[in-house]
Design a protein around this ligand. Structure first.
Ligand code: 5GP
Length: 179
């Protein structure tokens, strides 16, 4: 499919399935190389990263563990902004080599909050693997070691990412058309 319609929006194909698979297998090779013998723990951020994580982990050949978390939103007592809390982290991450697996880093606010919370639990190291990255929108300074694609500041869906909860099932990535 070259174009998809979700509700009132039209999206056009950005990355085809085989392109994504190739890119992910390259990322997995890099991670295999970097973490050989270190038994990393992959922390997969639901919902958006489920498809990326599945394909990435299938391509990882070194010994590793994985766990899934969600980020909840609630109104913080002291701040007017939204504070996200980690839900479902059952592993003890103290002293572990962590790879956080995310679908997209946009402004970086969500990831920075997550990194702050994870760092309080005393991991040995944390690196990020994000399928997508929007450098023009990024406001933070933390490094993202494994990036699938850097993309312009356009809204994308598919391959786990949604528009109003729709489109997560697409095996490709689509971007919003401006026409
Ligand atoms: P942040 O701005 O905090 O880096 O991004 C927070 C969240 O916004 C991401 O985890 C993702 O859920 C959502 N997001 C940012 N850009 C896009 C996009 O282009 N498409 C979709 N579907 N979600 C996005």
């Amino acid at each position: 499919m070259h174009r998809v319609q979700i509700k009132d929006k039209t999206f056009v194909l950005k990355f085809a399935q085989d392109d994504i698979q190739k890119r992910i297998s390259d990322l997995a090779k890099q991670i295999d190389h970097d973490y050989n013998g270190l038994k990393p723990l992959f922390i997969i951020v639901l919902n958006g990263a489920f498809m990326f994580a599945s394909d990435l982990i299938k391509n990882i050949n070194i010994e590793c563990e994985l766990t899934f978390v969600k980020l909840s939103s609630y109104q913080g007592m002291q701040t007017s902004g939204q504070v996200k809390e980690i839900i479902g982290l059952q592993h003890n991450i103290a002293g572990r080599e962590i790879v956080v697996v995310e679908d997209i880093v946009d402004t970086g606010i969500t990831m920075e909050n997550l990194l702050t919370d994870l760092n309080k639990l005393g991991p040995k190291s944390i690196r990020i693997a994000s399928l997508l990255f929007k450098p023009e929108s990024f406001q933070k300074k933390f490094p993202i070691h494994y990036i699938g694609y850097s993309i312009p500041n356009d809204f994308v869906v598919g391959y786990g990412l949604d528009y109003d909860e729709l489109g997560r099932n697409f095996p490709e990535i689509y971007e919003l058309t401006h026409t």
